[in-house]
Design a protein around this ligand. Structure first.
Ligand code: PEP
Ligand code: MG
Length: 756
């Protein structure tokens, strides 16, 4: 049985020499097929490349009739060569002619060749051609030979791409996909228009050096990098150095499983032994994996392809030493960051003065990363399908956070129209500014209090700029999330004092630490808990009550910062009255401590609770006499009401805030609070959207807290609304069987000239 002469390593070395010769692309290809045929001891070696008509065109051959070159063409799927291209996988046939897929082409003179071994020529996972060898005898090509041919095909892919032998117009290779304008309808997460340049949160590595100089060195590099990669994934999972949504944890767990797969490492090591560099071996194996997973019938398996791609990319970064930190140092002035997903802490790491937009392939509007984006006024969209397959770093990009549209490499017309849109928005902002100092009073004289949500020092100027009446939700955990160690008492006092200084006479509601779930602290070992459902796990008030030292410390800081002033404090995730009482008792202890040390207390103190766990709504008659105010956290409330994870792109948008169920639930709270005369606010993302805010007013809410950018549009809505008419319209509406009342409410707004 004939075998290959000298093995793939020698062949690769020869190929490298041919590639270095100053020849035309066609001549180079002609030489390459001769080389391959002789090295593989095959009588025929042919290269088929995808042409402008998306056919496989015989582009070079050793052994078939030369006149067939550029004349023989096969459709994708036609014949054995077409079959290889269609399925992006090798064929190894001792008796090719008896294969049902065989398509006889007399012009090639191939009838005398019995056996065939062919492999796809893949570039970035897409088929750009087919490389095949044939023999007269019924030859059984070995697995090693198939692998060797795949390795050669990979090098060939680079030759073909470099010489532009594959017409870029003909085949949508990912590279082409990354050259032409591309439009994606994503989901709007944070309003705003951003024109800028793409920055990949996790950049891809392009492998340019394919052929190894020293195989032993490459084997070592590969092994070391895989070990380092495994270690880094374990670290991420185990030291909780991640602030991702639950969904992301699953992804990391998948990474860990794949990274520890012995077969994966073995296949890559084998690829290195054929003469490739470690990087090229990673890519070679990834090409195979991609082809295999793309063929999988099970959509779950196909989805894992993304994880595998990410993992291979991480390994390539490990090999090449490209780090994320080195990239954020070079952020352009108009950066639009593109990521599969990220946690709030990762977004906080970026220099906000250079960040204009954020595009997530996954994500959810109420996930904390979106909330942080909103706090910074960064135009954000999510669920931007496959954007990472289409974007190149540095690409011009437009993000429309109002409509969810993303334009990659936009045409001049799109740029012009968006520049106009940005100007229009600026004019709108002027209108909002003009009513900044006007009261938020409805047409029928109802006064509405609009507050802003905040959490960082950078948010503070927004209070004045927005014209809001105060801060309805100060998320104290953000300070903890951006710090590398637990903020000291002094750090906390400093921040809270600064907030109160800026607010002056305007009220500020501080929410005590709301950590856990997707809000991880890098220096606290949450992951040791390995919770299946972190959103339903040990978080917020549960941590505070179990570790009262943390909460007491924070309360001490708040009381100290507010000495002689007004202080409003509320607790997150309270699920039962008893939890509120226990938390409140800690405040009393701290007050007693102040007395003991003769320190000044706040002149005025209000203690309230968030209502974001549905159970609490069924204890309102007991709770309300004990609290000074209630603030509804619609983000969490909704996820618990509908049992639908706010951070999980697949389900986060499944149910509408404007559904009869949500509105009825909220109505119940409004009625109870009004009966007990307890001040009620809603501080979830819901209140920042004019139509949703309108519905809240229709239910009887008169205080709402939102992101600063939302205050202008919501105030416009308030000033154009007649609540009496809306209440009449909403009477009976909540009893309808509709999934959502959105359209009906929008219809009301339109009919009555309400600006939503
Ligand atoms: C909420 O859940 O609605 C809320 C305001 O709190 P957070 O979004 O910080 O969980
Ligand atoms: Mg919440």
């Amino acid at each position: 049985m004939p075998g290959s002469v000298g093995g793939p390593r020698i062949l690769l070395r020869r190929l490298r020499e041919v590639m270095a010769e100053p020849e035309s692309a066609q001549k180079r290809l002609d030489k390459i097929v001769v080389l391959i045929a002789s090295n593989m001891v095959a009588e025929v070696c042919s290269v088929y490349l995808v042409n402008r008509q998306s056919e496989l065109e015989l582009s070079a051959t050793e052994g078939l009739k030369p006149t067939a070159v550029h004349n023989t063409r096969l459709k994708i799927g036609e014949g054995l060569v077409g079959d290889i291209a269609e399925h992006a996988r090798p064929l190894n046939l001792a008796d090719a002619q008896s294969h049902p897929g065989f398509a006889y082409r007399p012009e090639t003179g191939e009838e005398i060749y019995k056996s065939l071994m062919g492999v796809p020529i893949l570039r970035s996972g897409k088929v750009v051609g087919v490389l095949a060898v044939q023999n007269r005898t019924k030859r059984h090509y070995t697995e090693e030979e198939v692998e060797a041919l795949q390795t050669v095909a990979m090098v060939l892919a680079e030759v073909v791409a470099a010489a532009e032998l594959v017409d870029p117009q003909a085949y949508a290779t990912p590279d082409l996909a990354r050259q032409v304008p591309h439009y994606i309808q994503a989901t709007a997460f944070c309003e705003g228009i951003a024109l800028g340049h793409a920055v990949l949160h996790e950049p891809r590595v392009h492998v340019t050096k394919l052929i190894a100089e020293d195989t032993e060195v490459e084997l070592k590099r590969l092994e070391q990098s895989v070990y380092a990669l495994r270690g880094s994934i374990d670290d991420m999972l185990e030291t909780a150095d991640l602030s991702h949504a639950g969904e992301h944890r699953e992804v990391l767990q998948a990474y860990r499983m794949f990274a520890n797969d012995r077969g994966w490492l073995k296949r890559m090591l084998e690829a290195v032994r054929t003469g490739l560099t470690a990087e090229a071996a990673v890519e070679r194996v990834q090409n195979d994996t991609r082809a295999r997973l793309q063929r999988a019938a099970d959509p779950y398996i196909r989805d894992r392809l993304h994880d595998f791609d990410d993992l291979a990319n991480r390994l390539l970064r490990q090999l090449t030493g490209v780090t994320l930190a080195s990239l954020s140092a070079n952020l352009p002035n108009d950066a639009i960051v593109i990521a599969r997903n990220m946690g709030p802490a990762e977004l906080l790491d970026y220099d906000k003065t250079r960040l204009r937009g954020l595009v997530l392939e996954e994500g959810a509007a109420n996930a904390h990363v979106s909330i942080v984006a909103r706090a910074f006024g960064i135009a954000t969209v999510g669920r931007a399908k496959d954007i990472l397959d289409h974007v190149e770093p540095g690409d011009a990009i437009i993000v429309d956070g109002d409509t969810g549209e993303v334009y990659l490499r936009p045409s001049q017309e799109v740029i012009a129209s968006y520049s106009e849109k940005a100007r229009f928005r600026a004019r709108k902002q002027e209108q909002y500014k003009a009513i900044r100092d006007e009261p938020a009073i409805t047409c029928d004289g109802q006064r509405v209090s609009l507050y802003v949500n905040a959490g960082l020092q950078v948010d503070l100027p927004h209070l004045e700029e927005s014209g809001a009446e105060g801060i309805g939700l100060f998320r104290t955990e953000l300070q903890f999330m951006i710090a590398s160690t637990l903020p000291s008492l002094r750090d906390q006092i400093e921040l809270y004092s600064a907030v109160l200084d800026v607010a002056g006479d305007s009220p500020v509601v501080f929410r005590t630490l709301d950590i856990g779930g997707d809000k991880m602290l890098p220096y606290m070992n949450f992951a040791a808990l390995k919770e299946e459902n972190p959103a339903l796990g040990w978080r917020a008030i549960r941590i505070s009550l179990d570790r009262p030292g943390l909460l007491r410390h924070q309360i001490r800081a708040l009381l100290t910062a507010a000495a002689g002033r007004s202080l409003r404090v509320m607790f997150p995730m309270v699920a039962e009255v008893a939890e509120f009482q226990r938390a409140r008792a800690l405040v009393d202890k701290e007050l007693a401590r102040l007395d003991q040390f003769g320190k000044e207390k706040p002149a005025h103190l209000e203690i309230g609770t968030m209502l974001e766990v549905p159970s609490l709504a069924w204890q309102l008659d007991t709770l309300l006499p004990l609290v000074d105010f209630v603030s509804v956290g619609s983000n969490d409330l909704l996820q618990f009401l509908f049992a639908s994870d706010r951070g999980n792109a697949r389900v986060a948008g499944r149910y509408d805030f404007l559904s009869p169920a949500v509105l009825s639930f909220l109505k119940h709270i409004v009625v109870k609070c009004s009966r007990h005369e307890t001040p009620l606010t809603l501080c979830g993302e819901m209140s920042g959207k004019p139509l949703e805010a309108m519905a809240l007013l229709g239910l009887g809410f008169r205080r709402i807290s939102m992101s600063p950018a939302a205050v202008g549009p919501v105030k416009m809505m308030v000033r154009s609304l007649d609540t009496g008419k809306l209440e009449a319209f909403m009477d009976g509406l909540l009893d309808l069987p509709d999934r959502s009342l959105r359209e009906r409410l929008a219809g009301f707004a339109e009919a009555h000239g309400v600006t939503v």
